[in-house]
Design a protein around this ligand. Structure first.
Ligand code: SF4
Length: 192
């Protein structure tokens, strides 16, 4: 049942904080400008050409493709697949010194979805829009697939009735911190 499939982007949110997924879903119908901060605005801008399919691409390239994996129970959308180079590309406005596990897991998930759908992928990269640099990511091996599978299992088994570990450093970078009963912190974006 497609209803039971996990959206790939939610895995990254889950690693950031499971409760943020609850708050996102609870307030998703509100004005989008209320719960966005600079990173989200820039992230949206980095995806604008992809979302609107206005990026200049080769005829065989595929933009904004819906993907799924029956084996892993995942659905999502990939930004760009360059067919001639068998190259999967994710667009980000800015990445730090290195990719977080959640960002890597997102790319691994996209890779497994595309592979299951019959696309050949030999290269994975994140295109950092702020620097115009491609950051290559290793094709996932069996160990990486196990990490992804464990993450999916933890997501499915997560129990909100159990005590949750709160990382206040993350709270200060969470757009929902003013709504969240787990913290009294303000986020860094409100003082921008
Ligand atoms: S404020 Fe902290 S605990 Fe609350 S949703 Fe955000 S990251 Fe999670």
């Amino acid at each position: 049942m497609i209803d039971n499939y996990i959206n790939i982007t939610t895995l990254n949110d889950f690693l950031f904080c499971p409760y943020s997924i609850y708050l996102h879903n609870a307030f998703m119908d509100m004005d989008g400008d209320v719960f966005v901060a600079k990173p989200q605005v820039r992230g949206k801008a980095a995806h604008k050409e992809i979302d609107e399919r206005t990026l200049s691409v080769e005829p065989d390239d595929v933009q904004s493709l819906k993907v799924f994996s029956i084996e892993l129970g995942l659905v999502g959308v990939i930004d760009l697949y360059r067919k001639n180079e068998r190259h999967l590309i994710e667009f980000k406005y800015k990445i730090g010194d290195s990719l977080f596990l959640g960002q890597k897991a997102q790319l691994w998930a996209q890779y497994f979805c595309l592979s299951e759908m019959g696309y050949q992928v030999e290269k994975i990269s994140v295109y950092e829009k702020s620097t115009s640099i491609f950051h290559d990511v290793k094709i996932p091996d069996n160990d990486d697939k196990q990490v992804l599978t464990d993450l999916i299992r933890k997501f499915r088994e997560f129990d909100f009735s159990q005590p949750m570990e709160v990382n206040t450093k993350k709270c200060t970078h969470c757009i929902y911190c003013n709504l969240c009963h787990f913290t009294d912190y303000d986020n860094v974006y409100n003082s921008d």
